[in-house]
Design a protein around this ligand. Structure first.
Ligand code: 8YV
Length: 329
């Protein structure tokens, strides 16, 4: 039998490519944008597609008639037309679990960095502007003992909650189904979104991007927060109405923000957010450690192997597509 064909896009390393080549014909493109035609030609023959930052459109699917499965090297899959994939019986898998702790570290790092003005003050020292006694104008806010509001309480939200409890914080959550076990065992408290905004010292966004969560936080929501509170976003940029956030920051309605994600990435160098001392900005590095990115790639490789061997992949996003692929359907 002819071996199935996989198109692999950045970033897979040699061991993972090797693992794929044991069973499949693999075409790997480290910089797909620079080889758009070759990628398109490879996709016409492909059974599987694996990679990070994949841009999949219905038009592209029309050009890939043999596609059976896509493995994204990310936990988020808001960039995929999932219903369309399901309709076509194309399996989609993601990489949950392996990035949970690293992304939670990033979230907590942004909480700490915004509260203690890490970037602003570290920059002051580096630039030789530490010329006077550090006084009140350089002081930050405590993190321990404060209230953290988690918008969304999935795997990553829970992992941030665990860190917060170690810092003796009170932890609220909203926009998630009730988690009674976390209320009794960890003491988390569920709130309406509005109440969470009003009570929290740190509002941390950990929800996936969906129609319901798009622009969940804008000017009005910032206004509902304490003036001393910080907004942290490690979810997706579009969960925040950035223009509204900028206006709220300009008016001093919140104390600052820690942002790993932006409505447009890379963020425009002209964004006012980059010029605000009280805003910590990162280039979408939630999961970006050597260990975790490798684990994510391996996870995606296992998923695509399972899918193309006819097994139900472990991290299947669209069970509807699996149902369509079954012979009795
Ligand atoms: C990815 C992420 O690295 O997993 C996610 O959803 O946001 C990051 O971990 C990024 O999407 C690139 O694939």
């Amino acid at each position: 039998m002819e071996r199935k064909r996989i198109v692999a896009l950045r970033r897979l390393k040699e061991p993972q490519l090797q693992r794929l080549r044991e069973q499949f014909e693999v075409e790997y493109f480290e910089e797909p944008e620079q080889h758009a035609e070759a990628v398109a030609a490879a996709l016409r023959q492909a059974h599987g597609l694996i990679g990070g930052k994949l841009q999949v459109t219905p038009a592209m699917l029309d050009e890939a008639p043999g596609l059976e499965a896509i493995a994204t090297i990310s936990v988020g899959y808001d960039n995929f037309p999932v219903a369309e994939l399901s309709r076509r019986g194309i399996l989609l898998t993601n990489t949950p679990d392996v990035l949970t702790e690293t992304t939670a570290d990033t979230g907590f790092m942004l909480i700490m960095a915004s509260a203690r003005r890490l970037v602003e003050l570290a920059t002051m020292v580096r630039e030789g502007r530490w010329t006077q006694h550090v006084g009140e104008s350089h002081f930050g806010s405590n993190v321990h003992g404060k209230t953290l509001g988690l918008v969304g309480l999935g795997r990553i939200g829970r992992a941030i909650a665990r860190r917060a409890l170690g810092f003796n914080m009170r932890v609220l959550y909203s926009n998630a189904s009730p988690k009674p076990e976390l209320e009794t065992e960890w003491g988390l408290q569920r709130r309406s979104f509005e109440a969470l905004l009003a009570e929290s010292d740190f509002v941390c966004l950990t929800v996936p991007l969906t129609e319901e969560t798009e622009h969940l936080v804008g000017y009005e929501q910032c206004r509902a927060m304490k003036r001393s509170a910080f907004l942290v976003n490690i979810a997706r940029g579009k969960v925040v109405d950035e223009a509204g956030l900028i206006r709220a920051l300009e008016e001093g309605l919140i104390a600052g923000a820690g942002l790993d994600v932006f409505e447009q990435e890379p963020v425009s160098p002209d964004s006012p957010l980059l010029r605000m001392d009280n805003v910590v900005t990162l280039p979408h590095i939630g999961s970006a450690t050597h260990e975790t990115r490798e684990a994510m790639a391996s996870c995606a490789v296992e998923n695509i192997c399972q899918a193309l061997q006819g097994e139900r992949p472990r991290d299947l996003v669209n069970p509807e597509a699996w149902a369509i692929r079954q012979p009795h359907h």
